[in-house]
Design a protein around this ligand. Structure first.
Ligand SMILES: Cc1cc2nc3c(=O)[nH]c(=O)nc-3n(C[C@H](O)[C@H](O)[C@H](O)COP(=O)(O)OP(=O)(O)OC[C@H]3O[C@@H](n4cnc5c(N)ncnc54)[C@H](O)[C@@H]3O)c2cc1C
Length: 443
């Protein structure tokens, strides 16, 4: 395994009954607890783990969810504990079938790794960068690590967004992988706060989606409850609308950047715990391995295949589905080439959702909106407006967004009929926090 991030850990769990020995080579020094580390810098930012991914992680790593919650993570019902502003306005809250895990990314990674590394078949070697694939255009037979060549029946690339596998595969003569990039120039700025004492438990996640229909850049933000009674507060803006990186600039942007000042109201009563963290690693990027005759014995998954604009919170869940599918295809006697094609297919829904919105923002690089993109946006707008007052449509949207249901569920006849009929009530104009939540947050 190349990479001991979340995808690498999930693959180790997925394949532990198939291989006697699984070696995870990780270039970073791995901490012994839920701590930030150098090579996963995005872990400083809000990481929503959606039910569609969380259930798969829990199936691959039994006990994962119970342990994360025992460490203080929040079990947030969706849409019951979701205060969400879409392009249609604020959405209603109601107990639903989905959920979000309110945890920091370091906690998610550490719990997963801690359980998986206890398996005697799994060896995690940190400070062990892989520098080359070994093999030829027909078959990958191993990798070069710091102590020399390690031969393997299967090499999995889980090296994340910065993977060098396309270059290494070309060096083996396996051909050039086509890479697609659609980049809205989105920048993130994040600060972690201690929530007011009365709001440290039972507080919803609040998200505000950027609106691509205006002439200017998109701006959004989120307050996510995480372990330790903390809030992770992330704001973002596309090219030309990036959040400032100074404390004062960030604080102003939290209030005035997104389309409603609620996040600014909330942080006024919370205690800042960190500096302002920033990230620009947000472009949609995918390597089209599905178009190549890949060598056998090699599979890539997680961000090393497809990485998405993170505001939709899909990366970890797509990685989980990928690990699960890899196990199923190999168990059914399928080839690694077949597994790779299926893994590439798994990311298509998340790609369409993220890239399909990003093409509309000013200054986007890598694509411009086609008629299909314009039609899709008009459909999503109508669906969002309808979802405010028609439960069946909102349930379908939440299920698909949480990657718990296929995107095709949005096209179910009953849902389409409701979308055609349109909304029966307008969206809420204020965030649907309860009086008790407002009081506990000091509002
Ligand atoms: C700002 C931001 C916010 C995000 N928010 C969310 C969110 O809310 N929800 C969500 O689901 N996703 C989110 N994501 C996406 C999420 O971070 C990724 O999808 C996820 O990290 C993918 O896991 P991975 O294991 O594939 O890659 P990574 O987590 O990047 O791990 C890759 C690992 O490979 C190691 N590695 C790299 N090269 C080598 C080598 N040559 N040898 C050995 N080891 C190597 C690295 O050190 C690293 O440990 C966000 C991303 C960003 C940038």
């Amino acid at each position: 395994m190349i990479g001991g991030g979340l995808a690498g850990t999930l693959v180790a769990a997925a394949l532990n009954s198939r291989f006697d020995e699984i070696i995870v080579l990780e270039r970073d020094a791995l901490p012994a607890g839920a701590e930030l580390r150098k090579c996963v810098p995005q872990a400083k930012h809000a990481h929503l783990l959606l039910s569609g991914g969380a259930r798969v992680i829990d199936a691959l790593i039994p006990g994962f969810l119970a342990r994360v919650y025992a460490e203080g993570a929040h079990d947030l019902n969706a849409p019951g504990d979701l205060v969400a502003m879409t392009t249609a306005g604020w959405m209603p809250r109601r107990t639903g079938a989905q959920f979000l895990v309110g945890a920091s990314r370091p906690l998610i990674d550490w719990v997963a790794r801690d359980i998986v590394a206890k398996d005697p078949r799994v060896q995690v070697r940190d400070e062990s960068p892989v520098t080359e694939l070994i093999g030829d255009a027909k078959r990958v037979r191993g990798v070069r690590g710091p102590d020399g060549v390690i031969e393997a029946d299967l090499v999995v690339d889980a090296a994340g967004r910065g993977t060098r596998a396309p270059k290494w595969l070309a060096e083996l003569g396996a051909g050039a992988v086509r890479t697609e990039v659609i980049d809205s120039g989105l920048a993130y700025a994040t600060r972690i706060f201690q929530a007011p004492a009365a709001a440290r438990r039972d507080f919803p996640v609040i998200t505000m989606q950027a609106d691509s229909r205006g002439p200017g850049p998109g701006r959004g933000g989120a307050v996510q409850p995480i372990e330790g009674g903390r809030w992770i507060v992330t704001v973002s803006g596309t090219r030309g609308g990036e959040p400032p990186t100074t404390v004062d600039g960030y604080t102003d942007f939290v209030r005035s950047g997104p389309r409603h000042p609620i996040l600014g109201d909330l942080i006024e009563h919370a205690e800042p715990l960190t500096e302002i963290y920033t990230s620009r690693s947000t472009a949609n990027q995918r390597h089209r391995y599905d178009e190549l005759e890949l060598p056998e014995g090699f599979v890539a998954l997680g961000d090393s295949v497809a990485a998405f604009n993170p505001v939709y919170g899909h990366g970890m869940s797509v990685a989980a589905h990928g690990a699960h599918v890899l196990r199923s295809v190999l168990a059914a006697g399928g080839s690694t080439r077949r597994a790779q094609r299926v893994i590439c297919g798994i990311g298509v829904g998340a790609w369409d959702m993220a890239a399909g919105q990003d093409v509309h923002f000013p200054g986007v690089r890598g694509a411009s909106p086609t008629r299909r993109d314009l039609a899709r946006r008009a459909f999503v707008d109508r669906m969002s407006r309808t979802a405010v007052s028609r439960t069946r449509v909102y349930d379908a949207m939440v299920g698909a967004f949480m990657l718990a249901k296929p995107m095709s569920s949005l096209m179910a006849p009953g849902v389409l009929l409701d979308v055609l009929r349109g909304p029966i009530a307008p969206a809420l104009t204020e965030p649907p926090l309860t009086a008790d939540e407002r009081r506990r947050a000091g509002l």
